[in-house]
Design a protein around this ligand. Structure first.
Ligand code: NAD
Ligand code: WQD
Length: 337
């Protein structure tokens, strides 16, 4: 049995599909603070299997204790956390409390129950902004520009220290780049609340008519077309990376870290053009000023994940946009429809 914290969310729900399709039983623990229970009903529709669901906060030690007593947990995938960069600047204590205390309580309860394998959702945001590209797992980390980034950086430190203290412990830190796209069924996908902070959901909501136009945050960067370049990865590829990580975590000891991206960069205009092709109409945009804190170019070197985890991506930007559009057009208002 795999315990999936935050399993009702965007990446968690797609990972549940891959886990269930691969024969793993899953328990999802999620407080639904940024997700909808419908995502798990859709997971059941896709897979024909029902994940066990517990509505609770990962910081609730008693509930967690009961979960580990009730189910034979082989490995935990810890997705639960708050993730909005801007909100973390406005509400730092909420972010430190949620993201750090959930990691601490989880580790403590795992230790009590002798569960030794964990996969953690880290982020490319832990890399310092002054690195050369591509980013390697050995590139400089720290100098985070917002509390959210620090919670990922600090959680990594907590997990590393835990593995040093307990040589039987196994933690796989996955540093995700920019996950986008949706399951190709169009039944699950990204459903941000309010105005999207991230590029792809903003483009998708513009294409479906919920927003007037996309603002491109700067076209004077030192990149081929002047707009920011990122390493977008299809969420189903990312979900599959978790299967590799679980296999690795249960068969190795110690703490290891992997970049999970495609190793290819795409600009904001590349994304808008690919999405326009996917939806069959031009997505309107205007050029605006740079967004404070943004880097010109961010992409991963993914050699380590390929060589050590045996993980490779399958899908390109076209497919990411086709699947994101399929989800958006079938669910213009997300799971609220
Ligand atoms: P999401 O918000 O869709 O999913 C997170 C889930 O965790 C939600 O279902 C939410 O309800 C739940 N949750 C939050 N705090 C909780 C708590 N204390 N107890 C129980 N449940 C709680 O986000 P996502 O995009 O699926 O991201 C999953 C993880 O990956 C997060 O840790 C995020 O920081 C990390 N990550 C995301 C991205 C990205 O761009 N989406 C990139 C890098 C890393
Ligand atoms: C991508 C590009 C923008 C919106 C963030 C977090 C990071 C990680 C992923 C969790 C940039 C441009 C965006 C818009 C635009 N999350 N853009 N118009 O900034 O790479 O990463 O999400 O760990 O921590 O910081 O992703 O999607 O916000 O931006 O022009 O309306 O699109 O400037 O170049 P980012 P993003």
């Amino acid at each position: 049995m795999i315990l999936v914290t935050g399993g009702a969310g965007f990446i968690g729900s797609h990972t549940c599909v891959e886990l269930l399709n691969s024969g793993y039983d899953t328990v999802v623990l999620d407080n639904l603070c940024n997700s909808h229970i419908k995502s798990l009903e859709r997971v059941e529709r896709i897979t024909g299997k029902k994940p066990v669901f517990i509505k609770a906060d990962v910081r609730d030690r008693e509930v967690l204790d009961r979960v580990f007593s009730t189910y034979d947990i082989e490995c935990v995938i810890h997705f639960a956390g708050l993730k909005a960069v801007g909100e973390s600047v406005a509400k730092p204590m909420e972010y430190f409390d949620n993201n750090l205390n959930s990691s601490l309580v989880l580790c403590d309860v795992m230790k009590k129950h002798g569960v030794k394998a964990l996969v953690f959702s880290s982020s490319a945001t832990v890399y310092s902004g002054d690195n050369e590209m591509p980013l390697y797992e050995t590139s400089r980390t720290g100098n985070c520009t917002n509390p959210y980034g620090w919670t990922k950086y600090m959680s990594e430190q907590i997990f590393k220290a835990l593995c040093t203290a307990d040589p039987d412990m196994s933690v796989v830190l996955l540093r995700y780049f920019n996950p986008i796209g949706a399951h190709e069924s169009g039944l699950i996908g990204e459903d941000p609340q309010g105005i999207p902070n991230n590029l792809l959901p903003y483009v998708a909501q513009t294409a479906v008519g919920r927003r007037e136009r996309v603002t491109v945050h700067g076209n004077d960067y030192p990149t081929p077309d002047g707009t920011g370049v990122r390493d977008y990865i299809h969420v189903v590829d990312l979900a599959r990376a978790h299967l590799c990580a679980v296999s690795y975590a249960v068969s190795h000891k110690g703490c290891d870290v992997f970049n999970i991206g495609t190793g290819r960069g795409s600009s904001v205009l590349d994304v808008i053009k690919a999405f326009s092709r996917a939806c069959g109409k031009d997505v309107p945009y205007v050029i605006g000023p740079r967004r404070p804190g943004d880097l010109a170019t961010v992409y991963a070197d993914c050699t380590k994940a390929k060589e050590v985890l045996g993980f490779e991506t399958k899908y390109d930007l076209e497919k990411m946009c086709i699947d994101a559009w399929n989800w958006q057009k079938n669910n213009p208002n997300g799971f609220a429809d």
